[in-house]
Design a protein around this ligand. Sequence first.
Ligand SMILES: [Fe+2]
Length: 575
Amino acid sequence: MASIVAGTFHQATPNLSPVATKACQVTGNGALATRKVPPFLKSLFHTSRNKFLDVLVDALYKPDKERNIYYQENFSPVEEVGSWTPVQVIDGEIPQDFPAGTYIRNGPNPYLLDESILISPFGKLYCHWFEGDGMLHATRFDQGGKFITYKNKYVDTMAHKIEKNTKKTSFLRAVEGDSLAISASYLLNFLRFGKVNGPTCNTHVFKLAGKLYAVAEADIPHEIDLSSLNTLGTLDFSGKWKGPFTSHSKFDLEKQELVIFGFNAKSPYLQIGIVSKDGDLIQKTDLELDRACFIHEISITKNYTLIPDFPLTINMNRLLKGSGRLVEFENNSSSRIGVMPRYGDSKSVRWFEVEPGYSFHAVNAFEDSDEIVLHALFSKIPFFPTPNGVDRREWFARGITPTDPRNARDPQVDGALLANLREWRFNLDKGTVVERNLTSLETCGIEMPKINKKFTGRKNQFAYAQVVDVEASKVVGMPKYGKFMKVKLPESCEDEIDVKYHDLGANRYGSEPLFVARPHSTDEDDGWIVSYVHDEETNKSEVYIFDAQKFQDQAVARIGLPQRVPYGFHSDFFF
Ligand SMILES: [Fe+2]
């Protein structure tokens, strides 16, 4: 999923305290002068301060008997397998024209797992799925899949490096907990590590200017060596991009541009950038918004960028005053979508008020005659964060149970987490927007939408998504997806969608359905859906490949893997 890590401040790594770097002296004329402190004293101060902070954290935070369980069954972490491991097709065969390349999916996999609730003088801190260290699961194909290998590897972030060396948890949790406890986490994390929350890089992977990157919203992208999966360094466009970086950048194939963005708790709350195919940041725009919102995915068309401004707000004052949490969904606040020319600025954004709710993931957007069309997933409320004072499992179970709003005990809870595929049609000349759900009570509950990415920002016909298994998800309090869905999108505002399903069978659950195009194909859906699928009966995982045009047919190939692949987030295929 969308990786969604809260509290995205991004801070430069702090230098040593001024007290440590310089010693002050009063000169004869009363002025302050400074002299350099010998390096060994700096080092001594740094070490002593860090040891003191480590001892302080150990003294302040104690694990409770109660646990906040996310990492169970196939959500639980796995070890690295080591080197590339040859794997075999266990059913069917890899199509002759299946491209050579590497299928990589990212996801959270805590290096040191402790789901105990932490008790401190500042309140409780909860473990959250989104805070797990990023692990890449990679399956490499030669042409036609005659030789296939698998490897998994942690993204070697700063947090992962520290924990490997010390075998102790590094960053304090900072996603879910009492307000004061989250504030204390930010402060202590910043004092100890120079960042308010831990880098995870657990959400997505993308390629830019020939280089592969792993990314999550709370940090900058980490470069990954495609041949070894080793982490090489970070990307900040020569210091020009300060702050968080989206998990969902958009590459415009025709214009050879990557559109990026990042949201922040402090002003500017949202920055949008354009990167050339050579990896140069050629434009950066600060959106002068009056609130910080958790924006997981923007969309592009040939000439515009679409900005969802839904009320999952980030507010430091709320946190500092103890009146609420950093990230909260404001039920009664407005929702709007902005349409900005690709090279525009905050003054050129046209805002359209839309029905209140939340959209984590977009499907695609395009220009169609005099309209700009956006397809995205839309639910009444976001699944993050869990509201205060509720039993998370009960809240989640009610939220994912399809419920006619007319029969709901509480329409903001019952069925409110289930995402519909929604369409917005904006007319810039008339200043109007027409919106509707394309799915219904029977077809909602979808996530992780994918398209043939050649059509990003251009009119497309098909979208793919995974479909939640309500009953299986209720049991574990986490989303499991037992089917894939293919949607033929409407041609106009009068048309309906056409839906096909691919059922994985009993006790089998998938990851994001990645579309891999057949080489030299011209039809939009000419290719395969590729996903990591886990069989909970055998506790084994596989790479699962089926024909996107024969969507209901059985898999064309299933590849057995040497160990299970935990359920996770986003993926791509790299050539
Ligand atoms: Fe996402």
